[in-house]
Design a protein around this ligand. Structure first.
Ligand code: ATP
Length: 598
C-alpha cells in the first residue's frame, strides 16, 4: 500500500518532531531543576520550591478549567487535605520510612475519595456548570472550617508545625518539587494531546453532543475530578514536607481563587502557561510583597483585569497564536489514514418494531405539547415528520432520545422501554441523533470529531493520538461524497455551514446506529448539498437497513426520499401514510394552506 505509506509519512514526521521537542523541553527543565540550586540564593530556592509545588496545582486547575471548561476554586482544598493528612500522621503517629509511605498514600487516597464525592455532587445528571462552580467554592470553606474546629488534632488556627518530614535539605526539596513538576507537566502534555485527552476539549466545546455520541460525560468528569484531586493531594504531601508547616490558609478558597488567577494569566488550556504564570507570579509576589505589601496585591489584581480584557486566553495565547498560524490549512496526506471498520453486531433482532411509540405525552407546565402519539417504525423505513412551526416535532425527537423528557406514554427501542434513560444509554441501544443546528466540536479537527463518535465503542489511548481512523464504510462514504475526507486535519470552526451539517451526519453514522433521527438536516444548505444529503439518506435506509426519522420543512425533499410521512399538528399525530396519501390529503392541504412551508 504505497499510497497509505506515503500519506502517513508526513504525520509520522510531525509526531516525531513533537516528541523530540517535548523530550528536549523536559531535559532542559530537568537540568534547570538539578543545577538551579548551585546558582540560586537560599531565598530563591525556598520560594521557587513552593512555586513549583503550586504550579503542579495550577496544572490540575488548567486540566479542569482550561481543557474541560469546569471553573473550579476547589483544588486548594484537595491540596490542603493532602498536606494535613501528611502533617497529622507525622505529628500524631510518628515518622519512619513506612509511616512516610503511609502518609504519601493517604495524602493521595483521601483527596481521591473526596474527589469522587465532590465530583458526584457537582456533575450528577442535570446539574449545571454554575452549580459545579458553587460546590467548588463551598468545599474549601467546609474543609477550612473543619480544620479550625479540629482542636489539637488539626492544630486549629495555628496549623501544624514541628513534625519530622522527609530528610532532605533545602536543595533536596527544590529538586524533588522540580522533578515532580516536570513529571506532572509532561504527563499532562502527553495526555491532552492523546485521543482520550481530546475528549476533555470535546466536553468543553459541546457536552450535549458528547452525550449523544454515547459518552458518559458525568462519569468522565467525576473520574477527572478524582484523579486531579489525587494529584493535588500529592502536591500537598510535597508542601507539608518541604515547608514543615501546614495552615488553614492552604485549604482556603482564597488560595483556590489565586490558582485560577495564575492559570488565567499564564494562559489556560496550554499547561505550560499556567506553570510559568504560577511560578512567575508567586516568585514576584514573594520578592515584592515585603517592600510593597498592599501595592503588590493591587498590581496583580489590575494585571488580571487588563489580561482578561485584552488577552483573555493569557500570555501563552500570544505564543500559541504564532505557532498555530495556518492551523486549519489542509496539508495533503497529513491526516490520519481512513480505515473501514467491520460492522458491529447489534443485539439479535426481535419481532418488536425498531421504534415503538405508545400514547406519548409531553407537557411544559400546563401547556400540552404532545398528546397521544402512537407510531411504529421498522428497519429500512425513512419516515418524515412534518408539521407547521410549533407542532411539536423537535419535542418529539427529544422524547425519543432522552428517557427523562416525556410526561406520559412509552417509547421502546427494539422492544426495550427507554423510560428514565439518559441520552448516552439510548445511543447504546442504537439511536443516533442529528440536531437542527449542526452540533459538532468547533475547536477539534474533522478527524478528531469523527474519533469522538468511536470513543464510547473503542477505548481511546491516554498516551498517543492514533494515525488511523477506523470508521464504518457508510461514514467513510459520506466523507468522500462531501469532500470531507480531504479536510480531516481542518479545524471544524473553519468549515462552512454545509460541511458542518455533513460532518455531523458522518459522526452520527459513525456510531453505527440502527436508527437515526434527523432534525432539518438540509436547513440552510445549497441545492447541491441537499441532493447529496438526500442520496446519503436513501442509501442508508434502502441499502443498509437503517431506520430514519426526518423532521423537514422542504416538501420536495421529503417527497423524493421518504417511504412514509407522518403529520403532526398542535401536538397530535393527524396523519400517517405513504407519500402520495399524505401529500394529496385534504387535512394536509387545510393545515398548510396559504404557505409554501410544509
Ligand atoms: N423548553 C420549553 N419550554 C416551554 N415550551 C416549549 C419548550 N420547548 C418547546 N416548547 C413549546 O412546545 C411547542 C412545540 O415546539 P417544538 O420546537 O417541538 O415545535 P416544532 O414543530 O419543532 O417547531 P419548528 O418547526 O419551528 O422547529 C411550541 O409551542 C414551543 O413553544
Amino acid at each position: 500500500m504505497p499510497d497509505t505509506l506515503a500519506a502517513s509519512l508526513p504525520r509520522n514526521a510531525a509526531v516525531r518532531r513533537r516528541v523530540l521537542l517535548l523530550g528536549l523541553l523536559a531535559l532542559v527543565a530537568l537540568a534547570l531543576v538539578i543545577f538551579g540550586p548551585l546558582v540560586l540564593s537560599r531565598f530563591s530556592i525556598n520560594v521557587l520550591t513552593r512555586s513549583m509545588i503550586y504550579a503542579i496545582l495550577a496544572i490540575t486547575v488548567d486540566l479542569l478549567w482550561g481543557f474541560t471548561g469546569i471553573l473550579t476554586f476547589g483544588q486548594a482544598a484537595f491540596f490542603g487535605v493532602g498536606a494535613y493528612a501528611t502533617a497529622m500522621l507525622l505529628t500524631h503517629i510518628g515518622s519512619s520510612p513506612s509511616l512516610m509511605a503511609l502518609a504519601l498514600l493517604l495524602a493521595i487516597l483521601v483527596p481521591i475519595v473526596l474527589g469522587v464525592i465532590v465530583g458526584w455532587l457537582s456533575f450528577y445528571y442535570g446539574s449545571t456548570p454554575i452549580y459545579a462552580t458553587v460546590i467548588s467554592l463551598v468545599f474549601p470553606i467546609v474543609v477550612t472550617q473543619l480544620i479550625y474546629s479540629g482542636g489539637t488534632l488539626t492544630g486549629s488556627s495555628s496549623g501544624m508545625v514541628g513534625y519530622f518530614g522527609l530528610p532532605f535539605g533545602l536543595e533536596g526539596f527544590f529538586r524533588l518539587s522540580g522533578i515532580s513538576l516536570v513529571i506532572v507537566a509532561l504527563g499532562a502534555l502527553i495526555f491532552v494531546r492523546s485521543d482520550s485527552g481530546r475528549i476533555l476539549t470535546a466536553i468543553r466545546d459541546n457536552e450535549t453532543r458528547c452525550a449523544y455520541l454515547g459518552l458518559n460525560t458525568q462519569r468522565i468528569k467525576i473520574l477527572l475530578t478524582a484523579v486531579l484531586a489525587g494529584v493535588a493531594g500529592l502536591a500537598g504531601f510535597l508542601y507539608a514536607n518541604a515547608s514543615g508547616v501546614v495552615a488553614p490558609e492552604n485549604t482556603s478558597f482564597v488560595f483556590g481563587t489565586e490558582l485560577v488567577v495564575w492559570t488565567a494569566l499564564g494562559g489556560r488550556g496550554t499547561i505550560l502557561g499556567p506553570v510559568l504564570g504560577t511560578i512567575g507570579i508567586d516568585y514576584l509576589s514573594a520578592s515584592l510583597s515585603g517592600e510593597l505589601p498592599f501595592l503588590w496585591q493591587l498590581v496583580v489584581g489590575a494585571l488580571f483585569v487588563v489580561m482578561i480584557i485584552f488577552l483573555p486566553n493569557g500570555l501563552a495565547a500570544l505564543v500559541t497564536r504564532l505557532t498555530r498560524r495556518g492551523r486549519g490549512e489542509v496539508v495533503a496526506g497529513a491526516g490520519p489514514e481512513l480505515v473501514p471498520q467491520p460492522p458491529r453486531s447489534h443485539a439479535a433482532p426481535s419481532d418488536a418494531p425498531l421504534l415503538s411509540i405508545d400514547k406519548l405525552e409531553k407537557s411544559y407546565g400546563s401547556q400540552k405539547v404532545l398528546t397521544d402519539i402512537t407510531l411504529d417504525v421498522a428497519p429500512g423505513e425513512l419516515v418524515s415528520l412534518v408539521g407547521p412551526n410549533g407542532a411539536g416535532k423537535t419535542t418529539m425527537m427529544r422524547c425519543l432520545t432522552d428517557g427523562k423528557e416525556s410526561s406520559g406514554g412509552v417509547v421502546r427501542i427494539a422492544g426495550k422501554s427507554i423510560a428514565g434513560m439518559v441520552p448516552n444509554q439510548i445511543v447504546a441501544l442504537g439511536v443516533g441523533r442529528k440536531f437542527q443546528v449542526a452540533s459538532v466540536f468547533e475547536s477539534l479537527t474533522v478527524a478528531e470529531c469523527l474519533r469522538m463518535s468511536r470513543a464510547a465503542l473503542e477505548a481511546p489511548s491516554i498516551v498517543t493520538a492514533s494515525d488511523r481512523l477506523s470508521l464504518p464504510p457508510a461514514a467513510i462514504e459520506i466523507l468522500q461524497l462531501t469532500g470531507l475526507d480531504k479536510l480531516l486535519t481542518a479545524e471544524v470552526s473553519l468549515l462552512s455551514h454545509g460541511q458542518k451539517q455533513s460532518l455531523e451526519l458522518a459522526m452520527v453514522v459513525a456510531l453505527e446506529p440502527r436508527m437515526i433521527l434527523l432534525d432539518e438536516p438540509t436547513a440552510g444548505l445549497t441545492k447541491a448539498e441537499r441532493t447529496t444529503i438526500g442520496t446519503i439518506l436513501k442509501k442508508l435506509t434502502n441499502e443498509l437497513g437503517f431506520a430514519a426519522i426526518l423532521v423537514e420543512h422542504d416538501l420536495d425533499f421529503v417527497r423524493d426520499i421518504s417511504s412514509r410521512i407522518v403529520v403532526l399538528h398542535q401536538g397530535r399525530l393527524v396523519l400517517d401514510g405513504s407519500v402520495e396519501e399524505v401529500v394529496n390529503s385534504d387535512i394536509v392541504k387545510t393545515i398548510y394552506s396559504g404557505g409554501d412551508h410544509v
